[in-house]
Design a protein around this ligand. Structure first.
Ligand code: AP5
Length: 208
């Protein structure tokens, strides 16, 4: 299936994606991960990109849109986690057929606590010290790598990410609703409950 995961920062897009990849072996395409990888390599492009991520702003389209389009081309099943994030980006992929846009709906006050407890390994496996703890403290269950906090999970940057989300990304809810592609999932409950809802939604789609 061709799936877009839409939702505010911390709504659980990455967590749902990890489950979907396990269950459906679809390709996981995350601009956030692609961009952070480039930053970690300290390339000229990475140094430029870092300025935007560190402020909680969107990276300009010229650095990301073509990369994502190339990632999508030829893939039968994919999960787009965090793309598109603006009407411009949505228009850039309007010719690519989609099965569903899953909107992870969760109020800001619910997700704020998620950021302080988020931990990730360098292979992007995600945890939460309270809601999704690793089996061994500080180490990834999958590859044993050390877990760390994300650099943009600081209160002032989180505030800006939410501002950017409301201004640029939230209008996509209406955009995809009008196209008849949007399914809302309540993303406030525990991760396993959210994922159960996601699977229910996908089952409905596959029966259509
Ligand atoms: P990106 O990495 O995509 O960040 P984001 O959208 O802010 O989303 P997050 O990764 O913070 O959260 P998530 O929804 O994936 O939640 P997660 O599953 O991790 O983007 C980072 C930056 O890259 C952007 O700010 C921008 O600069 C740039 N960028 C990215 N895409 C771009 C684009 N298209 N164009 C331009 N620039 C772009 O969960 C969060 C935590 O909560 C975890 O600890 C998790 O374990 C826990 N958790 C998950 N679900 C639950 C639950 N149901 N209950 C309790 N805890 C939960």
């Amino acid at each position: 299936m061709k799936i877009i995961l839409l939702g505010p920062p911390g709504s659980g897009k990455g967590t749902v994606s990890e489950n979907l990849v396990k269950d459906f072996s679809a390709a996981h395409i995350s601009p956030g991960e692609i961009l952070r990888e480039e930053v970690s390599k300290e390339t000229t492009l990475g140094i430029e990109i870092k300025k935007y991520i560190e402020k909680g702003n969107l990276v300009p389209n010229q650095f990301i849109v073509e990369i994502i389009k190339l990632e999508i081309i030829g893939k039968k099943d994919f999960i787009l986690d965090g793309f598109p994030r603006s009407l411009d980006q949505a228009e850039a992929i309007k010719d690519i057929p989609l099965d569903v846009v899953l909107y992870l709906d969760v109020p800001e006050k619910v997700v704020i606590e998620r950021f302080s407890g988020r931990r990730t390994c360098s292979n992007n496996h995600g945890y939460h010290i309270k809601y999704l703890p690793p089996k061994k403290e500080g180490l990834c269950d999958i590859d044993g790598l050390p877990l760390s906090k994300r650099k943009d999970d600081k209160p002032d940057i989180i505030k800006e990410r939410f501002r950017v989300y409301h201004k640029n990304t939230a209008p996509l809810v209406e955009y995809y609703k009008k196209k008849g592609l949007l399914i809302s999932v309540d993303a406030s409950p525990a991760p396993e409950k959210v994922y159960a809802e996601v699977k229910k939604a996908l089952k409905k789609i596959s029966k259509k």
